[in-house]
Design a protein around this ligand. Structure first.
Ligand SMILES: *[C@@H]1O[C@H](CO)[C@@H](O)[C@H](O)[C@H]1NC(C)=O
Length: 370
C-alpha cells in the first residue's frame, strides 16, 4: 500500500517534470547477436518443427553476474548445408507452374497478387507480394501446405507456443535433389508456411532463393503477418498490459537517473530465441542483487530495479532479439516514445514494448546499507 502511494507520487512527479533526458540509447552501439543467429528453413526442407529453448533462472542470473546490465555483447553463429543425390522430392498437390524461374515468378505473382487482407484475426500484415522469405532469429519451423492458404498458416502459428508471426510463400523447388546426374530437374511448386517467435518487417524477407547445380530455387507471393504478444502479470512483476508505441525514454527524476542499463538476449552467454519478459524479470532482480554486492561505500545505498521494459529491436526489419531496459522507478506509458532511429548502419525500430513494475512490498528506489 505504502509502496503504491510512493510510486504513484513518483510517476506523478515524473509526468509533471519535462526534465532533461538522462537516457539516450544508441541502438547501433548495443551490439545485438540477432543477425548472426539468422535462421530459417534450408531450401530442401518440406517439414520441420523447432522447439524453443527456455533459459533457466540460474543461467539468466549467472549471465547478469558475469556481465551486468549496460555493457556490450559478443556474438554467436549457426548454419549448415545439404548435398544432392537426385532423390525424388515430395510432390505438392497445390497448383503447379511448370515453368522456368523468371516465367514461374511472373505466373505465381499474377495468380497470388499482393492483395491479402491487411488484418487476419489478431494478425497484421507487414508485407505482401515479395520474392523472398523471412530469414532472422526465432525460426520455429516450416510446414508445406497444399495451397496458398493464409488462414491455414495463421492457424499453425496460433497452435504454436510463443509464435508471433508467420510467413507464407510459394517456392519453385526441384522435383529431384539436384546432383551430377540431374543438374536441372523439372520444378515442383511448394506452398510453405514458416513460423516465427520474434516479429519482423519486410526487410526480413531477404531469402530470395539459391541455385542448386543448374536448378534455380526462386520464390514469389511471399506474405508476412505478425501478432502482438499477450502480456500478463508475472511473479513479482505487474504488467502495464499494452503494446507500447516505443521503448521507454526516461528523463531524470529530481536530478536522479533512474535508468540502470540494458540487457540484450540472445547474447554470448545466454541463448533466447523467443520474446519472454520473464527473462527480464529475472535479470531485473539479478541486477538489484548485483548492485547490492558492488555498490560504492558513499552514498551508502544502491539502486534497486523496480521496473523494466521488454522490447524487440528490428534492424532493417529483422528482429535482433529481446532487449530489457531496467529502471529504479516505474515510468508511465507516455514515456514510451523511443520508436527507433535511422542511422548510417541501419534502420532500428522498436516493437513489442511491454513494461512491468515490481509488485513486491516495500520496493524503494534506493536500498540503504547504512
Ligand atoms: C519473488 O520475490 C521473492 C521475494 O523477493 C523471491 O524470494 C522469489 O524468488 C521471487 N520469485 C521469482 C519467480 O523470482
Amino acid at each position: 500500500m505504502k509502496y503504491s502511494v510512493i510510486i504513484a507520487a513518483l510517476v506523478a512527479t515524473a509526468l509533471a517534470a519535462p526534465a532533461p533526458n538522462a537516457q539516450t540509447i544508441d541502438f547501433s552501439n548495443m551490439d545485438f547477436g540477432g543477425d548472426d543467429l539468422s535462421t530459417g528453413p534450408e531450401f530442401g526442407v518440406t517439414k520441420e518443427t523447432i522447439p524453443v529453448t527456455k533459459p533457466s533462472t540460474s543461467d539468466i542470473v549467472a549471465d547478469v553476474k558475469s556481465d551486468p546490465a549496460s555493457t556490450k555483447k559478443a556474438r554467436r553463429e549457426v548454419l549448415k548445408r545439404v548435398p544432392g543425390d537426385c532423390a525424388p522430392q515430395p510432390p505438392n498437390s497445390g497448383p503447379q507452374f511448370d515453368l522456368g524461374p523468371t516465367e514461374w515468378q511472373a505466373a505465381v505473382s499474377a495468380a497470388y497478387p499482393p492483395t491479402n487482407p491487411s488484418t487476419l484475426g489478431a494478425y497484421t500484415k507487414v508485407f505482401d507480394g515479395l520474392k523472398g522469405s523471412v530469414n532472422q532469429i526465432g525460426y520455429r519451423g516450416l510446414t508445406t501446405i497444399q495451397s496458398y492458404d493464409i488462414t491455414a498458416c495463421a492457424t499453425l502459428c496460433d497452435k504454436k507456443a510463443q509464435c508471433l508471426g508467420f510467413n507464407l510463400y510459394v517456392e519453385r523447388d526441384p522435383s529431384l535433389d539436384p546432383g551430377v546426374g540431374c543438374p536441372n530437374p523439372s520444378p515442383i511448386t511448394n506452398y510453405k508456411c514458416t513460423l516465427w517467435s520474434f516479429p519482423f518487417l519486410d526487410g526480413a524477407a531477404d531469402n530470395t532463393g539459391e541455385t542448386r547445380k543448374e536448378f534455380k530455387v526462386v520464390l514469389a507471393a511471399s506474405v508476412g503477418y505478425v501478432k502482438p504478444y499477450v502480456a500478463s502479470n508475472l511473479v513479482n512483476f505487474t504488467s502495464a498490459g499494452q503494446n507500447l508505441y516505443g521503448s521507454i525514454n526516461a528523463p531524470l527524476l529530481d536530478g536522479v537517473d533512474t535508468y540502470m542499463g540494458f540487457k540484450n538476449y540472445p547474447n554470448a552467454d545466454l541463448n533466447l530465441d523467443y520474446y519472454d519478459p520473464t527473462v527480464c524479470a529475472t535479470a531485473c532482480d539479478a541486477q538489484t542483487a548485483y548492485s547490492g554486492r558492488h555498490h560504492a561505500s558513499t552514498p551508502c545505498s544502491y539502486k534497486a530495479c523496480n521496473f523494466f521494459d521488454a522490447y524487440v529491436v528490428l534492424k532493417d526489419g529483422k528482429a535482433q532479439g529481446m532487449t530489457c531496459t531496467l529502471y529504479s522507478v516505474p515510468w508511465a506509458d507516455s514515456y514510451a516514445v523511443n520508436g527507433g532511429q535511422k542511422r548510417s548502419d541501419g534502420w532500428f525500430k522498436t516493437t513489442n514494448s511491454y513494461t512491468y513494475s515490481n509488485s513486491r512490498l516495500p520496493a524503494p528506489q534506493f536500498i540503504s546499507v547504512c
